[in-house]
Design a binder for this molecule. Structure first.
Ligand code: BG6
Length: 303
């Protein structure tokens, strides 16, 4: 059995990485460096928070109504969507965005490098023999590295004998001053699927701005994006490799009310998801023995 004491003994790093367990039994890793702090839930391999010392406001958004309970997904931070993105293709009773975000991950490594960056690696093994939900074998690992920037590397290895199709995303909820005041740059001219009120392919003109529910999958581009937030006097830079889709989502009022865990009355105003993904046109086919890495680095620039 994995315990807080055992994790601290094997992977804890004094002053940089400690493990804690809450009253409900969930285990968390808390990371700290001179450049910031971050916390991670071992359930879901779910990054919960990132506070950069460069700015006052947290970089990631967490709902005030987020539930922290065994088997429940957490509203905010960075859920790991894997091995499918969105609803399951054929069985709507299966969990949206796959099962990794509610599975129990194990810790396999921790480190502090010469630059003072602290990192932790978690793993999730999915064995075909014990699983009917997704009949494939894969080793999944997530490395989170905290320094002046924050880097997340999600590696999938096909450990089975047959190819499989993979959908995935680092479903990052950013903390913003006001959805109506921010803009997303970097996807100008790109094609996307607009999924609000039907599905339609469109082309982006200019930066993305928000005045209604927005749920889009930008495809065929690994372009870096920037969230410009004058209210918090900062830009959040998102650079990625191994991801050709970018999901941009804000539920706005009605969907937020229906969801019920966004934080009333207007938690949705302070959040924006810009998700580095392989989804829709850009799912990945992974041959036996092959490895794919989704590698994203987030950086905050004050303005
Ligand atoms: C986004 C999707 O990635 O996730 C939205 O584009 C969805 O359509 C949202 O509503 C939240 O999903 P969930 O499963 O966390 O409620």
């Amino acid at each position: 059995m994995i315990t807080e004491a055992g994790l601290n003994h094997t992977f804890g790093i004094p002053g940089a990485l400690i493990f804690e367990q809450d009253a409900g039994g969930l285990l968390f890793a808390r990371m700290a460096t001179a450049a910031g702090t971050a916390s991670l839930s071992l359930q879901g391999g779910h990054l919960l928070s990132w506070q950069s010392s460069a700015c006052a406001e947290p970089v990631l958004w967490m709902s005030k109504q987020a539930r922290f309970a065994v088997g429940k997904s957490i509203r905010g931070g960075v859920p790991v969507c894997w091995p499918w993105f969105g609803p399951h293709a054929t069985d709507p009773s299966l969990p949206a965005h796959g099962f990794a975000r509610i599975a129990q991950w194990s810790v396999t490594d921790s480190d502090v490098n010469a630059q003072g960056e602290v990192s932790i690696t978690l793993a999730l093994q999915h064995d075909l023999a014990h699983e009917t939900v997704w009949p494939h074998s894969a080793n999944l690992s997530l490395t989170v590295t905290l320094g002046e920037s924050l880097r997340m590397q999600l590696e999938t290895r096909n450990s089975g004998m047959t190819p499989f199709v993979l959908g995935e995303a680092l479903h990052t909820y950013f903390n913003i001053s006001d959805i109506e005041a921010v803009a997303v740059h970097g996807l100008e001219g790109g094609e996307y699927w607009d999924t609000v009120g039907g599905v339609e392919k469109k082309r982006q003109a200019g930066p993305i701005q928000f005045s209604a529910e927005t749920d889009r999958v930008y495809i065929n581009s690994d372009a870096a994006t920037v969230i410009e937030d004058p209210g918090y006097a900062r830009r959040i830079h998102i650079a990625k490799r191994g991801s050709l889709a970018t999901v941009v989502w804000n539920p706005w009022t009605d969907k937020a009310n229906r969801m019920g865990d966004l934080g009333q009355p207007d938690g949705w105003r302070q959040m924006l998801c810009v998700e580095s993904a392989n989804a829709w046109d850009n799912k990945i086919t992974l041959a036996p023995g092959a490895v794919h890495t989704l590698d994203v680095a987030y950086r905050v620039e004050t303005i």
